[in-house]
Write a protein that binds this ligand. Sequence first.
Ligand code: FES
Length: 156
Amino acid sequence: MSLSYENYLALEKYIESFEDKRGSLIIILHKAQEIFGYIPEEVQEFIGECIDLPKEKISEIVNFYSFFSTEPKGKYEIMVCLGVKCKKKGGYAILKDLEQELQIKDGEVTKDGTFRLKSVNCLGACGSAPVVVIGSTLITEADTEKIKKILHEFEK
Ligand code: FES
């Protein structure tokens, strides 16, 4: 999943297979996301050129549907709550520890594509703060050691 020349070629070939290219835009966008893992500006522009539609129109659609992403996603998303309660109980320190552990900043994806780290506002479990979610696993009363152990499970 990268913005490689081969991937652009594969997408172009796919687009060419449609007679009604503009009418097939949503399907084409799904394919683009499957190929690249996300649909950044440059891919939106490329699709626009292929189907002769302004990039702005493509962006409108990509941004409208929540299942399309303009940013790379990791295999697992790590959400660190920085809501009021979680921040008070060490949420920010957990985020900084994870940035160091994974060698990425908030919002970035690890080099191997396994994790994406993201701070969020409230995960709705304030009574168990600080809270972190990895994939679909909710970690309550989280601390860095607890999270690291669980991270290793995901890496297997
Ligand atoms: S503030 Fe963290 S779960 Fe609500």
